[in-house]
Design a protein around this ligand. Structure first.
Ligand SMILES: Nc1ncnc2c1ncn2[C@@H]1O[C@H](COP(=O)(O)OP(=O)(O)OP(=O)(O)O)[C@@H](O)[C@H]1O
Ligand SMILES: [Mg+2]
Length: 407
């Protein structure tokens, strides 16, 4: 019954209780909110410093972890291709343009703007504080990314009014008098701490749970009044646990069977196209249950996209994705958005939300407490913001990611 992030914290606690000599962590923070991530990493630091436990972490999200690490290893094609100090590792990654996306935001800005000479690589800043000491020597400029701007003639696709929900009669309310209005063509990112009710909200929006009070309307019609088959064609839902979506022995079969259920004329061809769209051709014959975390995420998305929904609900879609796949996903969803798809996404990934969403909302205490376009939203937040924003906000309050800032 726990939320995704709560489960992860329970797992981590039960591992730490064993007081091992060596701690191996496989993407430990992928489902943690930004504050829980920082708390967990400082706990790891204490475990390491005070108990002398060796820690090995495999991770895509390096911003917070690299400053504590004394070794960085890079794996490629089943081999360790770099092994050594962190700054040197980042330089080695930077030297391969195809891998640059792996360099986290703070060092990325300095390398991108050529503010650190290759000879000074050991001085490459990794934290916001060390970055701040260097940025002040420069003038910075901001170029805003192009995104969909809200216009006045917007059409409401989904509306939640005074929605309250509790799992059991005597449980506390998870959602309390929540209001939400989403327009056609929006990409709304919902952020908030672990266990705050983001996944619960998405399940209510697709009718998997029913509100105790209040109403949810899709295209003006109450969710409960939609015929299920019609609803599942109009709204796609990617759950926080991608394996929930799998029922066949190969990825290709998953796609073909789904295309058949949807009565597509050429299911085989439709399946091939979706494999290509998501770059999954090499996995076509594999059992989806045996795919890696990030691969499962993309396979489940493919199954959902086959229905060509008008509204897509995504629960932590970037977890487990490496930075390159993450960008490809963002760009794919942006293309679909341009074709008229509406997206609602629950995410702990501030950089991804800041880069791709057109609206951001904070869920807190059972209700949406703020909703704005990304620049306004993140400029006013302290924890729920991007690393680049924390580093550069005194000079450029609206700086959100490295692509948009120039020295
Ligand atoms: N089936 C369930 N029965 C009872 N309580 C539940 C159930 N599922 C979730 N909860 C509780 O409801 C609250 C909201 O959970 P939810 O999964 O919506 O959170 P979330 O915001 O998605 O969190 P996370 O960021 O960790 O994914 C949590 O306190 C959770 O423990
Ligand atoms: Mg969740």
């Amino acid at each position: 019954d726990l939320s995704g992030g709560q489960k992860q914290l329970v797992n981590l606690a039960s591992v730490l209780i064993l007081q091992p000599d060596l701690l191996l962590l496989d993407e430990p923070t992928a489902q943690l909110d930004p504050i829980a991530t920082k708390e967990f990493i400082s706990l790891l630091q204490r475990v390491h410093d005070e108990l002398g436990i060796t820690v090995i972490i495999s991770e895509h999200q390096l911003d917070d972890i690299l400053p504590l690490s004394n070794q960085l290893w890079l794996m490629d094609g089943g081999e360790i291709t770099y092994q050594g100090p962190v700054a040197g590792g980042l330089a080695a990654i930077w030297a391969q343009p195809a891998l640059r996306e792996f360099v986290p935001d703070v060092p990325h800005v300095f390398l991108q703007n050529e503010l650190i000479a290759p000879a000074d690589i050991a001085a490459l800043p990794l934290t916001v504080v060390s970055g701040k000491q260097l940025i002040e020597r420069q003038q910075w400029q901001l170029t805003h990314a192009k995104r969909k701007i809200a216009t006045n003639d917007q059409v409401t696709i989904l509306q939640a009014k005074h929605v309250s929900f509790q799992y059991e009669k005597n449980d506390p309310y998870v959602l309390d008098q929540l209001n939400l209005e989403v327009h056609t063509g929006d990409w709304l990112a919902i952020v908030g701490k672990n266990g705050t009710g983001k996944s619960t909200l998405l399940k209510l929006l697709i009718g998997l749970l029913q509100p105790r009070h209040g109403a949810i309307k899709l295209q003006g019609k109450k969710i409960g009044k939609w015929a299920q088959a019609e609803l599942f064609k109009t709204v796609g839902y990617l759950s926080q646990t991608p394996s929930d979506h799998f029922s066949y022995d190969s990825v290709r079969q998953e796609f073909i069977e789904r295309a058949r259920q949807l009565k597509r004329v050429t299911p085989e061809q439709v399946a091939e196209e979706m494999l290509a769209k998501l770059g999954l051709q090499t996995l076509a014959e594999r059992n989806p249950q045996d795919a890696s975390g990030g691969e499962q995420q993309l396979i489940a998305l493919g199954i959902v996209l086959l229905a060509q929904p008008q509204l897509l609900l995504l629960d932590e879609p970037t977890k487990g994705l490496d930075p390159i796949r993450k960008r490809a996903l963002g760009e794919l969803l942006t293309r679909l958005q341009a074709e008229g798809l509406t997206l609602i996404m629950a995410s702990h990934d501030m950089a991804f939300s800041a880069r791709f969403a057109s609206q951001c909302a904070l869920l807190f205490d059972g209700t949406i407490v703020s909703e704005e376009e990304p620049y306004a939203f993140f400029a006013h937040n302290f924890f729920y913001t991007t690393t680049i924003n924390r580093m550069l906000r005194s000079q450029l309050p609206e700086a959100l990611n490295w692509e948009e800032v120039h020295a």
